[in-house]
Design a protein around this ligand. Structure first.
Ligand code: FMN
Length: 354
């Protein structure tokens, strides 16, 4: 089991969920070889910020403008499946907090709470879908995204489907759990559906997907990007952004670290870039910004807070992160997130060759 020291509410989460679910939430991949800890979070923690003094700063705005929206901070809540397994009200408390703080919320297609109930609370929701399989499925889900008022769609093209069995942390299957409780997921035509692994999409298929989404006014983000050339390809296909992600190293611990890949991906595309994985504070989001990420996503800290203490815990967590951002921008001597860049970092560990 991974060290839980950097997750808020870890002990309360374990007490609420029990060992099996807790292991699914926090456990590492089976090819981790017994290594402990979250390598994504550790990679972010290698960096230190350099303040700038005597700037005559008169005020700070923590907000960012992305995809035609103004958000309260360069933060978003990442996708997680099976929301109601972790809290009786599912994603609704998270949506309420995201609305108050003006942060985007990513809704997994394996969410149990209906999408329209979530978007009724908060309009800045993205629907996250499996980036593989037949186009008829995609068309059905794009139409649902439009009808529910989602602001866009995200296609996860790396995990989370598994061509081999038992690849989820702890060997636990969230879809079997949802089915056993008699629930259905928002992405399934009925009940719970296995997500498609094949056919994997080609660049031509993804171009068609982007065209179908664009016809419906939905921007598309590609999640799971770890190579600059894939970011450039996503842009050429018509995507509106990329999410740099190794899916939290949950299915394999051997993927490259998104933090190490940010600079080369930033250089390869003019699209907005999001970092996903290992973000554990508002300061992490600012460090990611210095490395080239326009926005940072966090899943497990929010899920852990939700399971442990519902809306109050999620609000406390995300408010403290937004407060960190305000304080750190002030101490860095900049009036906003866009002023940050690599020159605000004291060290930049060398990047692995691509
Ligand atoms: C319980 C759980 C369920 C997840 N379900 C999904 C999912 O349905 N779709 C997806 O794209 N990512 C899913 N993820 C991955 C997260 O969105 C995110 O990429 C990963 O956890 C890394 O971010 P973190 O370090 O902030 O948790 C899930 C993660 C967890 C912990």
């Amino acid at each position: 089991m991974r060290s839980a020291d950097n997750l808020p509410f870890a002990e309360a989460t374990r007490a609420k969920l029990g060992d099996t679910l807790y292991r699914y939430l926090l456990g590492g991949a089976r090819d981790a070889g017994g290594a402990d800890g979250d390598a994504n979070a550790a990679a972010l923690r290698r960096y230190r910020l350099l303040p700038r003094l005597l700037t005559g700063l008169e005020g700070v705005d923590t907000g960012v403008s992305l995809w035609g929206h103004r958000f309260g901070a360069p933060l978003a809540v990442g996708a997680f499946a099976g929301d109601r397994v972790f809290h009786a009200d599912g994603l609704l408390p998270v949506a309420a907090v995201c609305r108050r703080l003006a942060l985007p919320l990513i809704v997994s297609e394996e969410t149990v709470t209906p999408l329209a109930e979530i978007t009724a609370i908060h309009d800045a929701c993205w629907l996250q879908l499996r980036g593989a399989g037949p186009l008829e499925r995609v068309v059905r889900l794009l139409d649902m995204a439009v009808e529910s008022g989602a602001m866009g769609v995200i296609f996860t093209a790396l995990a989370p489907t598994h061509p081999a069995p038992d690849m989820q942390p702890g060997g636990f299957s969230i879809s079997e759990e949802i089915a056993a409780r008699g629930w259905s997921t928002i992405g399934a035509a009925a009940g719970v559906e296995a997500l498609p692994t094949f056919p994997a999409w080609s660049a031509e298929t993804f171009t068609e997907v982007c065209r179908l989404a664009d016809m419906r006014g939905l921007p598309v983000l590609l999640k799971g990007v770890l190579r600059g050339e894939d970011a450039a390809l996503a842009e050429a296909c018509g995507a509106s952004g990329v999410i740099v992600s190794n899916i939290g190293l949950r299915q394999s611990a051997r993927w490259a670290l998104g933090v190490d890949r940010l600079a080369s991906i930033r250089a390869a595309t003019s699209l907005p870039v999001a970092l996903d994985g290992g973000v554990r504070s508002g300061t992490d989001a600012l460090i990611a910004r210095c490395l080239g990420a326009d926005v940072s996503l966090a899943a497990r800290p929010v899920l852990s807070a939700l399971a442990a203490g519902g809306e109050e815990a999620v609000a406390s967590l995300l408010t403290s992160w937004c407060d960190d951002i305000l304080a750190m921008l002030t101490w860095c001597g900049v009036d906003g997130v866009d002023a940050l860049g690599p020159d605000f970092l004291a060290s930049s560990p060398s990047e692995e060759p691509s």
